[in-house]
Design a protein around this ligand. Structure first.
Ligand SMILES: C[S@@+](CC[C@H](N)C(=O)[O-])C[C@H]1O[C@@H](n2cnc3c(N)ncnc32)[C@H](O)[C@@H]1O
Length: 270
């Protein structure tokens, strides 16, 4: 069943252009994103077993380790190809973050790791966060990921083509408008950290914190791979250490490729 609300370029991108299943496992910066997302979430997750809804969970890359950790995970995603792959990991269904079918207060944890960056309209992002809040139990954990506003600047300089007019124009447009809708990726919104925190607060979450996922050295790993090399174990370990060391310094949030917000659904379930 196609989802009428998904922008066709997003459907096309995930169905036919890239294989999302390998994004967090095949490249060094992808593995850094996966490892850091795991370590940050594990600080906040309730003791297993607990019910987790993975909204926009893609092919189930995060669902897999959560199931291994003993959680009861359900996944929804609007892309049929993703749902088919994720169904091998946990119960999975087509769905949209803005319109969840679960009853109020159903889950101990709701994670929204992807949808916010494909919803360029602020009203859509609020709908997605409000739905996450609605289906979370009072006091439940809600985690939401965003792509950093500045990540395309860091990424394209590692490819050593930022000086070309086409890329300069494309990256400048993302920096000034926060929206990308062209070659290389698909329709996407790029957050500033303060903006992500404000959106979490606006949706009614308490105890909101925002983390830089990959820290300041992810683009160095990308640069090595881009030039045909493999980052050394020391380089990967150093990048991971840098991400951890950067955590206490909010001004360094802008250096990560992704941002991860955590918050709690209000205690009264309102
Ligand atoms: C980059 S992938 C992230 C997948 C996975 N959650 C992760 O963190 O690796 C973005 C995901 O968001 C999904 N998505 C895009 N728009 C969405 C929407 N409106 N509601 C729910 N999911 C959406 C896409 O289908 C895709 O699976």
């Amino acid at each position: 069943m196609p989802n009428p609300e998904l922008a066709p370029q997003i459907e096309h991108f995930y169905s036919q252009v890239i294989d999302e299943d390998g994004r967090l496992t095949t490249s060094a910066d992808g593995r850094l994103e996966l490892l850091r997302t795991q370590e940050i979430l594990r600080r906040y997750l309730p003791t297993a077993p607990a019910r987790v809804l993975d909204v926009g969970g893609g092919t189930g890359v995060h669902a897999r380790w959560l199931v291994d950790d003993g959680y009861e995970v359900e996944l929804i995603d609007p892309v049929a190809r993703h749902v088919e792959q994720a169904a091998k990991v946990c119960p999975s269904a087509l769905g949209d973050a803005r319109n969840l079918t679960a009853p109020n207060g159903s889950y101990d944890v709701v994670q929204v790791l992807g949808p916010l960056y494909h919803l360029p309209d602020a009203k859509d992002r609020q709908m997605a966060l409000s739905e996450a809040r609605r289906v979370a139990k009072p006091g439940g954990l809600v985690a939401a990921a965003a792509i950093n506003r500045y990540s395309s600047l860091f990424e394209h300089v590692t490819y050593a083509h930022l000086h070309t007019e086409r890329l300069q124009t494309a990256v400048s447009k993302i920096l000034s408008t926060a929206v990308h809708d062209g070659r290389g990726f698909t329709l996407a919104y790029f957050h500033r950290a303060e903006e992500l925190a404000a959106e979490m607060h606006d949706a009614g979450f308490t105890d909101v914190e925002v983390f830089g996922v990959e820290g300041p050295a992810w683009s160095l790993l990308k640069a090595v791979e881009q030039s045909g090399g493999t980052p050394s174990e020391d380089m990967v370990a150093s990048a991971l250490t840098a991400a951890r060391m950067a955590e206490p310094y909010p001004e360094l949030l802008a250096a990560s490729s992704h941002l991860l917000a955590v918050g709690r659904a209000p205690g009264d379930g309102a």
